[in-house]
Design a protein around this ligand. Sequence first.
Ligand SMILES: Cc1cc2nc3c(=O)[nH]c(=O)nc-3n(C[C@H](O)[C@H](O)[C@H](O)COP(=O)(O)OP(=O)(O)OC[C@H]3O[C@@H](n4cnc5c(N)ncnc54)[C@H](O)[C@@H]3O)c2cc1C
Length: 469
Amino acid sequence: MTAPLAASTSASAFLADLRAALPDLRVVTDPADTEAYRWDETEYMQPGRPLGVAFPTSTSDVSAILRAASEHGTSVVPRGAGTGLSGGAIAVEGALTLVMTRMNRVLEISEADQLVVTQPGVINADLGKAVLERGLFYPPDPASFETCSIGGNLAENSGGLRCVKYGVTRDWVNGLEVVLADGSVIRTGGRTVKDVMGYDLTQLFVGSEGTLGVITEATLRLLPTPAPKLTMLAFFKTVVDAGAAAAGMMRSGLVPVTLELMDQFTMRAVDAALHVGLDPDAGAMLMIESDAGGAAAEAELDAATLASEAAGALSVVRSSDPAEADWLREARRKAHWSLEQAGVARMEDVGVPRSRAPELLAAIERISTAHQLKVGVFGHAGDGNYHPTFVMDRDDPEAARRIDAVRADIFTAVLALGGTISGEHGTGVAKRGYLVRQRGERYVGVMRSVKQALDPLGILNPGKVFPEA
Ligand SMILES: Cc1cc2nc3c(=O)[nH]c(=O)nc-3n(C[C@H](O)[C@H](O)[C@H](O)COP(=O)(O)OP(=O)(O)OC[C@H]3O[C@@H](n4cnc5c(N)ncnc54)[C@H](O)[C@@H]3O)c2cc1C
């Protein structure tokens, strides 16, 4: 347990003002109560000690909190469900953590406009269920969909297992309500299909990782519910063969709803944890799904079978049972968790153009072997977005240093392939040291100008995204 933060005069004055302005707001300051809100899923990072944790229930709460924070120069860390994998929501020393999970109401579902209006604290899976009951479909589904919040999805521009066909979170956002650092509230976008009035600030806030404003409401696009999925697995001798098959499918114009990869190390970890019955001798597998419906879905999987065989697939199996397909999907979603059962598992999140994926997979294998590190590779093969995950003994004192060395080499390889150091998990704290290298000084300078315009005091999520000064 960490020692209580010595309350500075300004911290106590801020808390006193906050309590006076919002007497019903739940704010906790005892380290025993704030501890759980210091961390996200990047357990290898050291968070700071927050001055307190607040749980707003309305936009006006958030507005009053940020107004008081601006007046006192107090930093604020917006936080959803804390499932982030880049350290975006970890506590900052002396800052207020703003937990958005009590703003968890779906406000409106419109069949006529095919839109849902929601508060940010709604869990992704709950939103999906709510719209499904009305025959509608919200496509973005991170593997963490049962635990992550819509606010976190928006702030990270999260991807997931259906991006090949449906794109990422930003593709489903029509409008936002955002509280700015000074407490003022703006609404971006709206309910219309088309809207080109002024700059597109909606898309500026999506992916801004809590550094430009706090999202308090979102208007999201929906589709009619698609047909039930057909699912197939293809097993390969090597991970590079599997990557080549995935690249071949995309080159041939296939657009499956899901095209996921797991290498042998990951498959064995998943099987050890969940007893799914995956082929333990295969070097890698692809999971391919179609929601095209009926004969079109069969045809899509036929084409995926041909592409798999052309890349040397060892075997291809189709699931005829929806319950079995659900279980296989769940097994893929549990890849990271399964690897965690084997030791300290640190997940990376790199992306390359789809055609370069086989080269990326070969490079990850080569670099991990050179560093003598165990790596499990899985991810969104249809997007060229992979999660090499390093697994080390919990008692290895050198774990962090060795992982830093191997990831640096992998990032170099990714950039040489025209890729990105983060495909969907965000920059946060974990990747900020690489921002200038990938984007360049001028680009980061423009980002700083935007930040300065919206948050001149720098109180929103300091120490995240931007490189250390
Ligand atoms: C097992 C596992 C699987 C995962 N799979 C995927 C995956 O397939 N695809 C993927 O993209 N990610 C994945 N993730 C990462 C993570 O779940 C996503 O980044 C998710 O969107 C984070 O949501 P959250 O509510 O937990 O946000 P948090 O972790 O609480 O916060 C994330 C960021 O959002 C900001 N934020 C949160 N709420 C708001 C708000 N209302 N306004 C402004 N800023 C806000 C925070 O400041 C922080 O910077 C996975 C994580 C785990 C643990």
